[in-house]
Each structure stands twice: as C-alpha cells, then as structure tokens.
Ligand binder design. Sequence first.
Ligand SMILES: [Fe+2]
Length: 495
Amino acid sequence: MVDPDFVQQDFQRRLREIPLRGMGLSVDVYSPDLFELVNKLRERGLSPGYLEVFKATTTALTTVRQAVPGMPLAYHGEGLWITQPDVQASPFFQQDVGEMITQLNSIQSLWLNHECAMKQMAGYSFGTYVPPLYTPLSAEVVADNIATVQQAMDLQGRRVDGTAPLFLLELPPLTYFAAGTIPIPHFFRLVTARVPCGLVLDIGHLWTVYRYTAACRQVPLEQFVQEFLDEFPLDRVVEIHVAGLACHESVGGVEAGEGLPEWLDAHAAPIPSILFTMLEQVLAHSGLVSLRAVALEVDTKPIEMIVEEYAEAVRRFSLLVQQTMARGRAVEQTGLAPRPASVQEPMCQSDRQQLRDDYARYAQIISGQVPITGPEWQEVAAEVSGLTRYRTSYLPHEILHWGGDLAEMFPQTCRALAERSICLTEFVAFWFRSPRPLTHSYDFFLLKIERFLQFVTERAPEVRVCVQSEGDMLRLAYAQANEVGEPVMEMERTR
Ligand SMILES: [Fe+2]
C-alpha cells in the first residue's frame, strides 16, 4: 500500500528545493521569435520572472540558455503519454525519457511540466491532446507512470545545485467532451495520493472543464470553480497557466449568440477577461499553499499582444501572486521533517490490460467507429452534441489540415486523387480504421506522411511514385529544418 502521508512529505521535501519564480511566460523557441519577444518586453521595462520553454531540439534549447543567461528557464514537455497503461512497454519510452532529461539538464529546469493527456492510445494517433479516462484505474496508471519518470529524473537529472527536477502534472483541456466515472478533481486527488508530483492548474483548461461537463448546465461558473478547488488537491499546485480561448476554425469561428461560447484552448488567441476573474478566485483560495509560479502561455501569439497582456497581468496580479507564494512559504516552515523518496508498488498486468482495452474503445468511440458504450461514457451519451462536434468537425480537420495541410503537403498527389474522384475525407476513415504499431517516437507530421503514403498506395496504386516522391521531399525538408532548429511552413505547430 502507498502511504499518502509519506507521499506528501516526499512532495514537501522536493518542493522546498524550488525557489519562488513569480510571474513569467510559457513560450515556444520558434514562434514567436523568442529573442525579439524578450527585447520587446525589456523595452517596456518588463522582465519575466522565468520562461517556461516548450520541447524543441536540444540544440535550440541550448541556444536559448546561452542567449538569456540570467533568465530562469523551465521545461514544458511533450510526448510522454503517462496516461497510457502500455507506455512503459513502448520501444521508444526509454529513449523519449532520456531525451527529455537531456533537455531538462540543458536548461537547468526545476521541473518537467506535462499534460495529463495523450495524442496516442492503444495504437491510434491524434494531433491534439485527448483527455484521460477519469476513472480510479486510470489515476493509478498515471501515478505509476509518473513514479517511473520521476525515478529516472532523480537518477539522471543534473542540476548544478544537486536537486532533481520535479514532475508537474497539468490539468488538461477538454475538447467538447470528457469521459469517466469520477469527478475530475477526485481523479487528481487519487493521483497525488500515490505519487509526490506537483500540479499545474491551467485556468483556461478549467474553463473548458466547466463548459464541456454537466456543470455548465447546473451551477454558475463561480460556484463551479469554488467547488472544484475545494475538491482538487490545491496544495500540490506549483504553477498556474493562463492562455487564450477561441472557437475552433473547423466550426467556423462563430461565437454563440446565447449561452456560453464553444471556446477551446487556443494559445494564439487573446486571454478573455473571465479567465482573469477566475485567476483572482484561485489565488484567493486558502488551499493554494505550494505556488511557485504563474505563467501566461503565449506560444504562437503576436508579440505586441503578448507584451500588452503581460503588462496588464503584471499590473493586476504581481502583488497578489507574491502574497500567495509567501502564504505558502509560511506553511512550509512549519512542515514535517523530510523522509526518503517514496516507492511505488508495480501495478498488476490484468489492470493494465483492462485499461488498454478501455482506451482502445475510447479511440474507436471518439473517431466514430463504434457506438458509445460503457459506464465511463454515460454522461457523454446524455449530452452527445459535444462528442459529435469533435468527431464530425474537429477530428477530420485535425487529420486533413492541422499540423500540415495535406493539399499543401502533397499538391500533385491530391490533384491526382481528385481526378480519380477520391475524396480526401476517405483518408480520415483510413486513419482510424485499425490500430497500428508505433514506428517512431510521436511526431504528427511524420505520421501524416507515413499514413498518407499507405492510404494512396492502397486506394490509388498508380499514384504511388508521385506520393512517394512528395513524401521524400517533405521528410528531407523536415529533417533539415530540425537540424538547424527552425520550423518549416506551419508543419511543426502540432502542440
Ligand atoms: Fe497550460
């Protein structure tokens, strides 16, 4: 049995190593230009307390480290699907963890932030995050996988002060639906009772939890937030994120005339004022005692908008953030004596297999291959419009246009297919027709190329030479761009 007190003390011991960072920005190396952004902020007399940098090439991250030597950096990871019961058996898991630790070391990050979400499950791949199944078994698997990653960081993390980076698990966004048998805050309680990780509370993601669960039809937003925070393990929240929200381009971007808009997480979009109201409510909660940092997530956003929003956020919240962090420090001083790192018992194989089957059904349900069945889908079935929107608009857009538009990637092949009356939407059905073994670490762009080649070879074999030649050119350009650390077209925007 895992002793939750033991786990909590382990967390406290790790938290004490993390200094207060205050307000900062969560950014991407490539978009917008990071150095131009830092300069523009300086011109306005603004200096972020830290920059959280999204996963990039190690070369690019090392360049950032050298270019802003005095700036504390933190790391936003990607591609470790810790929600998945079979992730540790993946042939790429060790390699992905190793690369991530190299990157953490290269920027001397105090933490690894990772979404509690995935883009691959049971052999099916997606372009954007899908939330986990909110069930007790799923929480157990998440905790077990985090423990493995934390152990690797403890062994190989190389910070000059001798401390290891802490795993921070982020509350993921909902994209029109959530499946599970337990409330989302309860799920995070189960995870944190088993593993000494910290949490990232993303305010925009929290808004989508309200919007795409029954809560929005039952209680006002303020009451939802209060009840959520009372149940959520707020004492584990080390960092807060705030980012933009917007209607998705696949549904025309039209905001609802009545009721709540159908916004999704959108880092390039402006931050709506309602999120700052929610931030105020979160910072005022007495349970928030481990806070170290608050970041606006601004990757892909125009620099002028970032500077304006950050200036306004600092003006409005920096004192409140300082007070909240100080309140937490006072609680820590009276904390218990440190104890050694906790040890997890491995999960049994049949539980992992059960959850793997649940995730296979999950992928098949949300891609429309099987009808909605199972206890974790009851609430979704009761209000099915969200899942329908995801399946019929959002997901086809993701496969056909997002992270690389097929018609732009393969212009000659697409023309040849059109001449044969083969509609590209057939590719969406092909993509989800059956699970497929993974052939490399997750990369949506390379996956698109690989699957499109398979699709065209099957559907129009006479076009095979053409699609192969276009695919080879794309792969070459992509490899070259990654070598020099620069994006090609819009194809790397697969976050
Ligand atoms: Fe976030």
